[in-house]
Design a protein around this ligand. Structure first.
Ligand SMILES: [Zn+2]
Length: 448
């Protein structure tokens, strides 16, 4: 469909819901008319009371192709994204093999995505102790940021960096104003000995809050010393909030995200022998997560992202139930909207604020807010249409991820994505895939 008119009583325009008709033409939002506005010979899609909003931008996803496509892949991940109303995702430099730490592996990854993108996809590059001389090439080739770990990443080819390694690349990042994304956990031996590896409580205690806060302190110091953009991925420890708040009062070059699983689950209700819930940093206690919610409602988070990071059932140790041997990563890309909408309703999160955290705000972080993240004439026609009254049980048959195992299985959520448009083409109709391969590869434009 080259051209259509999308009508709803609730189009998300200028941060509020308004009755409008959106004219989509040649992949762009051509114009927006107030009210019900039919035009002869142009297909008119009357979505009545459904919410029509910009497509979700998920700025933290692990797709793992090439090299680990048995974990996830571009085809399945971007189908799941489309069904979930996600129209743009940004892929992490691990866990593909090779990892994205030089220009050669970045090209390999782009090649691997060809013909398999059902939503738009961009990439981050990675920093490891040995690739200082590759960072500038990665930036010039179009990565949206550089990601590093302060503790073991779980992937041997992606070793963690030291403070010195990060100081060494700060001057490379600075002129391009590219964010440094940090996995903030700094390990030490100040943890209890493990007696039962199948106990969630013991897993939780093995990755304490102070690992996160020590790493956050390092991140904040680095941000301040070099005045570079630093982004803290997947904040889990509430003890990190106060120091982040303080630094954010002084600079807009510090950003922070959290993920649906830290906002939806609580340690108290995670059963033993269930490593499907394993991620790092871990899902903490309810009292901690209530504070993450307070920070969210207080506009503390810059955006929310899935951190979709699945692995085959045997790697997740679903049989043995061993948290310590299992791969750490949550599978949930497809469910971000209903998870956050359902839990958000209980927590008093206005739908308008949730939409902004999933669209406009990640677009700002990525620097693509001149063409994505809002319904504005001239912007790319990436549009998600959903019903905020329909219940959506998570059932195996509805899951598009490569592996169906997810901690969200059988959860009863509210908020169903009905239609998804990517670059003006309807990729999802009535919650079913329609026209595939409409995604574009996104490269960050650099002005140097
Ligand atoms: Zn991640």
């Amino acid at each position: 469909m080259e051209e259509c008119l999308i009508y709803s009583k609730r189009c998300f325009l200028d941060d509020v819901f308004k009755e409008a008709t959106i004219h989509v033409k040649h992949g762009k939002i051509h114009r927006i008319n107030a009210g019900y506005h039919q035009v002869e010979n142009i297909p008119f899609l009357d979505y009545q009371n459904l919410i029509v909003m910009p497509g979700i931008i998920d700025a933290h996803v692990h797709i793992n192709e090439p090299g680990r496509e048995d974990w996830e892949g571009f085809d399945t991940a971007t189908k799941a994204a489309a069904i979930g109303g996600v129209t743009t995702l940004i892929e992490m430099p691990l866990n593909a093999s090779p990892v994205t730490t030089n220009i050669k592996s970045f090209k390999l990854k782009q090649d691997a995505s060809k013909g398999k993108l059902h939503v738009n996809c961009g990439f981050y590059g990675g920093v490891i102790p040995t690739n200082k001389n590759d960072i500038e090439d990665l930036i010039k080739a179009g990565v949206f940021g550089i990601k590093g770990f302060l503790s073991h990443s779980g992937i041997d080819e992606f070793p963690n960096v030291s403070e010195l390694d990060l100081e060494a690349i700060a001057s490379i990042l600075k002129p391009y104003d590219i964010p440094l994304l940090l996995h903030c956990e700094l390990t030490d031996d100040d943890v209890p000995e493990v007696t039962n590896p199948k106990s969630y409580q013991e897993y939780l205690e093995s990755r304490p809050q102070h690992w996160e806060t020590n790493a956050i302190d390092l991140a904040l110091e680095l941000q301040k010393a070099f005045d570079i953009k630093v982004h803290i991925v997947h904040l889990s420890a509430s003890e990190g909030i106060e120091r982040i708040k303080l630094r954010k009062k002084e600079t807009n070059r510090l950003t922070v995200e959290t993920c649906p699983h830290y906002l939806y689950f609580n340690a108290e209700t995670i059963p033993d022998e269930s490593p499907i819930f394993k991620c790092a940093p871990p899902i903490r206690e309810k009292a901690n997560n209530d504070q993450l919610w307070d920070f969210l409602l207080d506009d503390g988070f810059n955006f929310l992202a899935s951190d979709h990071s699945p692995a085959p059932p045997e790697r997740k140790q679903l049989e043995s139930g061993d948290f310590f041997k299992a791969w750490g990563g949550i599978s949930g890309l497809q469910f971000t909207l209903p998870i956050l909408f359902s839990e958000g309703k209980k927590r008093g999160l206005p739908t308008e604020k949730l939409i902004s955290l999933l669209t406009k705000q990640p677009a700002e972080f990525l620097g693509i807010n001149d063409k994505k993240g809002a319904l504005i004439a001239g912007f790319d026609a990436d549009i998600t249409v959903w019903d905020d009254t329909l219940e959506i049980p998570i059932l195996e048959g509805t899951i598009q991820h490569k592996h169906k195992a997810t901690p969200y299985m059988n959860e009863k959520l509210t908020g169903k994505v009905m239609h998804t448009f990517v670059n003006g083409v309807q990729v999802v109709e009535d919650s079913n895939l329609k026209t595939l391969q409409q995604g574009q590869l996104l490269l960050k434009k650099i002005y140097d």
